[in-house]
Design a binder for this molecule. Structure first.
Ligand SMILES: Cc1cc2nc3c(=O)[nH]c(=O)nc-3n(C[C@H](O)[C@H](O)[C@H](O)COP(=O)(O)OP(=O)(O)OC[C@H]3O[C@@H](n4cnc5c(N)ncnc54)[C@H](O)[C@@H]3O)c2cc1C
Ligand code: SF4
Ligand code: SF4
Length: 398
């Protein structure tokens, strides 16, 4: 939101980068601006049109836990806060046009193409969350009260489908939750990497449940609990002291058909034997993986990807925010899984690299890359397609 107000930042939304030509310091970027079917220079974001629109569809931003209309704003904090029409769902009844006092609705809009000139490019296309539907042991998509961490985020959010009230999808209040870690992460059958954010996100989520519903029963089922980061171990210990339970086990999920409660079934790591724990809600801590948007931009820009599909940095210690294409930088999860502090730090690093590059540091970067080549420093082993475990980024800490 701050960026949207900044005098020297132009926010170009609903737009796709189609092509990039030219060289570092002098790129031409071809943009496809997609239609909103609303003139955003006129739209005030009043929302009157929403009330009269007769079409209701599931809202993907709310993880389909809440409906939206065919004319909608993505979410209340969207920047810019303008309304857009989903033309695939719109029946062209014209009711929104009748109520819009600013005459902002324009169903005749089409995509337009434009070119902009830039000196440098930062790719920050993030990742996507692993879909656990195929992991049949968790019954996701089959049992109503088994949700992903993304859905749980919306349930807890004050602006979300339940307005922050801790209510599970079948409408009952939540007093006991089981978090299941490493869903789709650290799993050779799915994604072998650690997704980094999810252990602490579950600890945070568990604490939220305990705050909202004093006396609530929270159990985190983990593989290894990774509380790496300043203050994270302390937060984990505090949560243990306050009653959050941590069990080293990978459970499967069953159901009590009478209560509609999920039943978490696991082997007791200490006493042995099978334990059945009936809870109100199971939250699957789905991991991060490369997004389709990252794939697309990598193709357009000719960027290398590592063997997992994340964008490759120029060097794992001395070029984390740079790519091997001069003038093109990377930040955040598009390079590999991160939490918000690390993604923000990476973004700041990319911004300062761009600043240095545009103000004359270009020759330094070029000479660093030339030195790399001279000493035979090749792309990292993962980038070159080595199997995970052969040589990894951990080597750079040695
Ligand atoms: C359920 C869940 C809970 C989390 N909880 C926490 C937490 O409590 N604390 C924490 O620190 N971290 C948490 N994280 C991690 C956090 O979300 C990430 O660290 C952070 O969002 C990474 O920021 P990013 O800018 O790299 O990517 P993103 O936030 O994913 O942003 C990338 C943006 O790029 C856009 N995009 C993609 N492709 C293109 C394209 N080709 N062209 C234009 N735009 C494109 C996307 O639409 C998106 O808006 C959580 C993650 C999840 C999934
Ligand atoms: S399109 Fe018109 S009615 Fe709808 S939010 Fe914008 S100004 Fe308001
Ligand atoms: S952060 Fe925790 S839950 Fe997430 S993949 Fe790593 S170990 Fe598993």
């Amino acid at each position: 939101m701050e960026s949207a107000k900044h005098k020297r930042i132009e926010l170009v939304t609903n737009t796709e980068v189609k092509a990039v030509t030219g060289d570092a310091g002098d790129f031409t970027v071809t943009l496809e601006r997609k239609p909103w079917y609303v003139d955003i220079s006129k739209c005030s974001g009043c929302g009157t049109c929403v009330d009269v629109c007769p079409i209701t569809v599931p809202h993907a931003w709310e993880q389909n836990l809440k409906p939206r209309k065919a004319i909608y704003a993505m979410f209340p904090q969207a920047a810019p806060l303008k309304y857009v029409i989903d033309r695939d769902r719109c029946v062209e009844c014209g009711l929104c046009m009748q109520v819009c006092l600013l005459d902002a609705i324009d169903l005749s809009q089409e995509s337009t193409t434009e070119e902009i000139e830039v000196g440098a490019i930062v790719v920050a296309t993030g990742g996507r969350v692993f879909d656990p539907s195929a992991m049949k042991q968790f019954r996701y998509g089959e049992l109503e009260n088994v949700v992903t961490n993304m859905e749980f985020e919306r349930i807890c959010n004050a602006g979300g489908p339940t307005e922050g009230e801790l209510v599970r999808p079948d409408g009952r209040h939540i007093r006991s939750v089981a978090f299941v870690q490493c869903v789709g992460s650290r799993d050779l059958g799915n994604n072998p990497w650690c997704s980094f954010f999810c252990c602490m996100a579950s600890v945070k989520g568990g604490r939220l449940v305990m705050e909202h519903a004093p006396g609530a029963d929270v159990t985190v089922f983990f593989n290894d609990l990774r509380a790496c980061g300043k203050g994270f171990e302390e937060l984990y210990q505090r949560s243990v002291d306050e009653g959050m339970k941590f069990v080293r086990a990978i459970p499967s999920v069953h159901v009590n058909r009478t209560t509609n409660n999920p039943i978490v079934v696991y082997e007791d790591p200490q006493a042995g034997g099978i334990v059945r724990n009936e809870v109100d809600l199971v939250v699957l801590a789905s991991g991060l993986e490369p997004s389709a948007g990252t794939d697309r931009i990598a193709d357009v820009l000719g960027l290398r990807k590592d063997s997992y599909g994340f964008l490759s940095e120029r060097h794992p210690t001395d070029g984390m925010a740079e790519t091997r294409r001069e003038g093109i930088f990377i930040a955040g999860v598009c390079q590999g899984p991160k939490d918000i502090p690390d993604a923000a730090t990476h973004g700041s690093a990319a911004a300062s690299k761009v600043g240095a590059f545009l103000s004359g540091g270009r020759s330094r970067l070029m000479s660093e890359m030339e030195t790399d080549r001279a000493v035979g420093l090749e792309p990292t082993a993962r980038e070159a397609g080595a199997e995970p475990g052969e040589v990894t980024y951990g080597d750079s800490h040695g």
